[in-house]
Design a protein around this ligand. Structure first.
Ligand SMILES: [Zn+2]
Ligand SMILES: [Zn+2]
Length: 118
């Protein structure tokens, strides 16, 4: 027979819903981590919590933050500036080339090899 106390101290797995022992670190059923360790202070929080119960730091990164950090890793601000400047220069070159079309060299007349001699 289950006592009320054991029910309260059980920790439901966020992945499969299995009721684990409160002291368990991983789910007995699917071996998923039951706690989320805060990157700021290192305190183990409930996996379903969105913020650290100790320091209030975000436990889950949002999509935009993830995207930004990925972009930051790919390009540093200086590289991004160089890429933008390069693209701008390329656009200016293309516009300049389309504006002044080089005129085809007009034949001067009488300069053909057949006209040499008499
Ligand atoms: Zn589980
Ligand atoms: Zn924390």
């Amino acid at each position: 027979m289950f006592t009320r106390e054991s029910e309260l101290s059980s920790l439901a797995c966020a992945k499969c819903g299995h009721a684990n022992d409160a002291a368990a670190r991983r789910c007995e059923s699917c071996h998923a981590h039951l706690h989320l360790v805060c990157r700021q202070c290192g305190v183990a929080n409930d996996r379903l919590a969105s913020r650290c119960g100790d320091c209030g730091a975000r436990l889950h990164r949002t999509f935009w933050r993830r995207l930004k950090s990925r972009l930051d890793r790919l390009f540093n601000p200086y590289e991004l500036l160089v890429i933008i400047a390069g693209l701008a220069a390329l656009i200016l070159i293309v516009i300049g080339m389309s504006r002044q079309k080089p005129a085809p060299p007009a034949p001067a007349g009488g300069d053909s090899p057949n006209a040499v001699g008499f």
